[in-house]
Design a protein around this ligand. Structure first.
Ligand code: CTP
Length: 451
């Protein structure tokens, strides 16, 4: 955290006393901490305490001519690499959800482009109240990172969820949330993950065995490479990697809508989701009763989200990466998908019979026009990192090609007709490009996955 700029907002709650320790720990890690207190916070701890610990004058007022002369609130908002509010009271969460800007802290939250993390602290009934939960849901949808709360004894003498996380736990999370400086810094990456569920009736659905693990690992690896990552996921039992914005969906239709909404400004789109190809023609309004020995479901095709993104006009088309889940002739099928969906790159894996879906490890065959790489068996995170290095290299090569005469290896640049690729299925030649990346170019044949 050496030299990183953290703006710590302290709102009104008894846990504010723990924030003094939090400041001390952040400073110990080398961070520069600017404390901003609400009026209510000053009822619990004095600004002098935070000033002594942070070595900076604490800011409390929006309309403070002297403080504004030193660093105006817009400058302060720009200075922050991360805005952390700890403790975040119920009132503070409500105000953030509303987008109010009538005091310094709320104004800074609106005016800063830095990621926002909140560590809620309040009485457990206040935390569980539908109003607070609705506010938290709004904030989570907006990409605000929730740190806690923990469950346990409360200052009011009761017990339940609402305790602020301990300062050392918050520091550990902050270290993961600070924006990463990497080759994809300033680039937005959109990832789909998990299965979709297509409703049959109010209690039944059609789905598949995808656990979402590969997609979540890809989202993490992309974040580690410095990208701003948005993860659109079907129903899975996984926590979003720290620093990644998560959007939960159920059906292909919802995933499609979320992707359309989030696509503007996206540099790289990665479709890892195991999207249902068919859905029931209609979802019965009431539970279907077992009135006969057999039941026939009429199904219809769902939109192909990946192909839709790939078909966008060049000006709004990101670099497009697909996954291929195959039970047989993996390379041939993956190669066909690369061409049919006009992708820039495809990662193929063999699925079924305890392979790939809902497992901890996997192996990938990566294909692009004119190149291939085999990523041997490894943990999904190690594979995702190795895949990320290849994606970055190919993406930067295609970016360079956009500015230069068309590179036949870039689908979005040259848009060759299906079948016009420079490599035939089964070819094992890898191309390497001169694009500079922090990763080594893919070698001929096998690329080792590293963790
Ligand atoms: N995909 C998608 N939308 C769909 C179906 C698939 O975005 N409705 C994407 C997946 O996320 C994956 C790629 O398309 O990146 C290939 O998915 P896969 O299931 O392997 O192949 P399909 O295109 O569905 O073809 P098939 O099932 O016939 O193999």
């Amino acid at each position: 955290m050496q030299g990183r700029h953290i703006l710590l907002g302290v709102s009104g709650g008894i846990a504010a006393y723990k924030s003094a320790d939090l400041v001390r720990r952040l400073i110990e890690q080398g961070a520069e901490v600017q404390v901003v207190m609400t009026h209510a916070a000053q009822q619990f701890v004095t600004a002098t305490t935070f000033q002594a610990l942070s070595g900076r004058a604490v800011r409390t007022e929006l309309w403070d001519a002297a403080a504004e002369a030193a660093m105006g609130h817009i400058e302060l908002a720009r200075w922050a690499e991360l805005v952390l509010i700890a403790p975040a009271s119920a009132d503070c969460l409500a105000r953030l959800a509303q987008g109010l800007a009538d005091d310094l802290l709320s104004t800074l939250c609106l005016a800063s482009a830095a990621p926002l993390a909140v560590a809620p602290a309040m009485n457990h009934l206040m935390w569980s109240h539908p109003a607070t939960q609705a506010n938290v849901a709004v904030l989570a949808r907006r990409g605000v990172q929730l740190l806690g709360p923990a469950v346990g004894d409360q200052a009011c003498g009761e017990n339940g969820p609402g305790r602020m996380l301990e300062p050392h736990e918050i520091v550990a999370r902050v270290a993961q949330l600070l924006p990463v400086h990497g080759p994809l810094e300033g680039r937005r990456v959109l990832v789909t993950a998990g299965p979709t569920r297509e409703g049959i009736d109010p209690v039944r659905f059609v789905s598949n065995r995808s656990s979402g693990k590969m997609g979540f690992a890809v989202a993490q690896a992309m974040h580690e490479a410095g990208a701003e990552v948005v993860l659109v996921t079907g129903p899975v039992c996984l926590d979003a990697p720290p620093g990644v914005s998560r959007i939960d969906v159920e059906s292909c239709e919802q995933m499609h809508a979320a992707v359309q909404r989030e696509l503007p400004g996206t540099a790289i789109f990665i479709g890892t989701a195991a999207v249902a190809d068919y859905r029931p023609m209609c979802c019965a309004e009431q539970k279907i009763k077992k009135r006969s020995d057999t039941l026939t479901l009429d199904m219809m095709r769902t939109p192909d989200i990946l192909a839709g993104v790939s078909a966008r006009p060049a000006a709004t088309r990101p670099f497009v990466v697909g996954f291929a889940a195959e039970t047989q002739t993996v390379e041939q099928n993956a190669h066909d998908k690369l061409l049919a969906k006009n992708l820039d790159l495809i990662a193929a894996n063999e699925v079924g019979h305890t392979k790939a879906f809902d497992t901890e490890e996997n192996a990938l065959l990566v294909l692009w026009r004119g190149g291939r790489a085999e990523l041997p068996h490894a943990s999904k995170l190690a594979l995702a990192r190795a895949l990320t290095r290849i994606i970055i290299e190919r993406y930067l090569a295609c970016e360079a090609a956009r500015a230069m005469p068309a590179d036949p290896a870039c689908a979005g640049v040259s848009a060759p007709a299906a079948g016009a690729a420079s490599t035939s299925a089964g070819a094992s030649t890898s191309t390497s490009t001169s694009a500079s990346t922090s990763a080594p170019p893919p070698a001929r044949g096998t690329l080792a996955a590293s963790s």
